[in-house]
Ligand binder design. Structure first.
Ligand code: GDP
Length: 308
């Protein structure tokens, strides 16, 4: 994964060769860079913001002859990207669950995102991961709109031997989530994973419903599910969900099918929220912790960049 993005970085670093970086030269170099990043599925607004910052930092710079220009530009660019990833503070999920467990209380996670992004599958993966870590888990079906939502979650629960809290279609989703939390408290369940709706008549209705669920259950963690294949759409969805739900972190799904890496950069850039895990397949164990260091290092080692 991320090969295209690495190539995009290489393109920029090979562009300028002189010691004083003129505006013309930088702008021209950045054109290639912009194109390459767009090809990597980084959202347009993020490409524009990144290149503006690079321009501000490098135009007019006089570099010592001992500093290779290409390397210098590469470091500038990667510094900006690295700052974005580290602005988003990582979340140690297991530690947080343990802290809540020590108080005898369930840890409640609400999953948010548009239908089809992989929300339900990700909930099943979380359940699998947390069971493996020795936690007891229940699922709550707070999507009472989409036909099949309850059955889909129930199928995962049966495979994973978990209890599902659900009501009929049309029931109040916040009430389902609240029931699940009450059940977890009563039966000393460690973690409650709440599935939510991903599409309603209007986006405003959806956001109102998410706000209500959050108000009623006061979750410990709100996770936005972003689809790595959705490009600019994933970014606009992330922005809207963040505005209404102020989510804490992101799981980026379908990264196995996305070799470009642009969505990871875009979502972190526009929301300043950390990516917790990457979905890398359809099986329950296909959830990989996201490592920003590894991501940025892979950019530093961009193929061909150091040879030019
Ligand atoms: P929801 O509507 O957001 O709940 O989405 P689903 O969980 O039903 O997932 C939609 C489709 O995406 C299903 O076919 C999943 O198997 C698939 N999917 C989910 N996560 C991943 C992933 O990380 N990689 C791949 N390749 N497919 C995934």
């Amino acid at each position: 994964m991320f090969e295209k993005l690495k190539k995009a970085i290489s393109t920029l670093t090979s562009a300028a060769t002189q010691k004083t970086l003129s505006e013309d030269e930088v702008v021209k170099s950045l054109e290639d860079f912009e194109l390459a990043l767009l090809e990597s599925d980084v959202a347009e607004e993020v490409v524009s913001a990144l290149t503006t910052r690079v321009k501000q930092e490098v135009i007019g710079l006089k570099l010592s002859r001992s500093i290779p220009t290409q390397e210098y530009l590469k470091e500038k660019l990667l510094k900006i990207i690295r700052e974005e990833f580290f602005k988003a503070k990582p979340i140690d999920l297991i530690q947080r669950i343990n802290e809540k467990k020590a108080k005898g209380e369930p840890y409640v996670i609400v999953f948010l995102g548009i239908n089809g992004t992989g929300k339900t599958t990700t909930i099943a993966k979380f359940a699998y991961l947390l069971k493996e870590k020795g936690f007891s888990v229940i699922l709550a079906c707070a999507d009472t709109h989409r036909a099949g939502a309850i059955e889909q979650l129930t199928t995962h629960a049966e495979r994973l031997a978990l209890k599902v809290i659900a009501q009929r279609y049309g029931a109040d989703p916040a009430a389902v989530a609240r029931d699940a939390v009450i059940y977890a408290k009563k039966h000393r369940v460690d973690v409650v994973l709440v599935d939510t709706a991903g599409r309603m008549q209007t986006s405003r209705n959806l956001m109102d419903e998410m706000e209500k669920i959050i108000r009623v259950v006061n979750p410990d963690l709100k996770i936005f599910i972003g689809d790595a294949l959705a490009g600019n759409d994933a970014v606009s969805q992330a922005k809207e969900f963040q505005r209404f739900t102020n989510f804490d972190g992101v799981v980026l799904t379908k990264v196995d099918a996305d070799v470009k890496g642009g969505a990871a950069l875009s979502i972190v850039y526009v929301t300043s929220r950390p990516i917790l895990y990457l979905g890398i397949g359809q099986s329950y164990d296909s959830l990989k912790p996201f490592d920003p260091d590894e991501f940025v290092r892979s950019l530093l080692n961009a193929e061909g960049a150091s040879e030019r």
